[in-house]
Design a protein around this ligand. Structure first.
Ligand SMILES: [Fe+2]
Ligand SMILES: [Fe+2]
Length: 235
């Protein structure tokens, strides 16, 4: 079997949300550089690098390396999905994963804090942030599944309701992104400390996966699903 390697020259003036849609392989590189594509993806690569104080050339070189590797798990381009199919994909893939991993992580964070009390590590704050994420995201996805997605599909919201819903959704997504930035700092980019037991390693691993999946999920809603529905309302 021959696998064609991709080459891609990245332009610093392209919006980052579009780049992630074109190449899912670059998302981990952006996360590693603390570049938030799920909320600020409308900004260009250059603008986001400037915000984070990182030389854009360094990021571009890492992105070009990332896309050279063959993508062995390509997913259907979400831009080609209908709004209903996209909602089903978000709920069945991202919401289901989020519920499972939030619950596992909350249990692990509590256990790790109890077992390693007294260690010089911010385990209490990690447990609190996981709890805050859970209190924020469980009602958020429940609301999307029961109220927001069905009413968007039916186009049954009044203009005032739409403004309110869109503001609330945006605020929740921003809070989510901020909480993950804090988790990344608290866990030193999800690097387990040298004393870490299997539960601590498991917790850091789950949290890193949770961040990756949630940013991808929020990016899909902010930059594909909601703009698509807004465009349909205008036609
Ligand atoms: Fe969602
Ligand atoms: Fe959402």
């Amino acid at each position: 079997m021959t696998v064609e390697l991709q080459t891609r020259v990245f332009d610093r003036n392209e919006p980052v949300a579009d780049l992630v849609l074109e190449h899912s392989a670059i998302a981990p590189v952006l996360r590693r550089h603390h570049i938030d594509f799920s909320i600020r993806g409308n900004l260009t690569l250059e603008q986001l690098c400037e915000l984070n104080g990182i030389p854009v050339e360094v990021v571009i070189s890492d992105l070009e390396q990332a896309v050279k590797k063959p993508d062995l798990h390509p997913i259907t381009d979400p831009r080609a999905m209908s709004p209903a199919a996209l909602m089903f994909y978000i709920v069945s893939r991202h919401h289901a994963y989020l519920r499972d991993v939030l619950s596992i992580s909350a249990g692990l964070a509590l256990k790790v804090e109890r077992v390693h009390e007294g260690r010089n590590a911010p385990l209490k704050r990690i447990r609190e942030v996981v709890h805050e994420l859970r209190s924020l995201l469980e009602p958020h996805i429940e609301h999307e599944e029961v109220v927001l997605f069905p009413s968007l599909l039916e186009n049954s919201l009044s203009p005032e309701e739409l403004v309110r819903e869109s503001k609330a959704s945006k605020e929740d997504h921003e809070r989510t992104s901020n909480l993950f930035s804090e988790l990344r700092r608290l866990t030193n980019d999800y690097t387990p400390p040298e004393w870490a037991c299997s539960s601590t390693r498991g917790l850091f691993h789950q949290l890193e996966g949770l961040e990756a999946d949630t940013l991808e999920h929020v990016h899909l809603e902010n930059f594909v699903l909601f703009p698509r529905l807004a465009a349909l309302r205008r036609t």
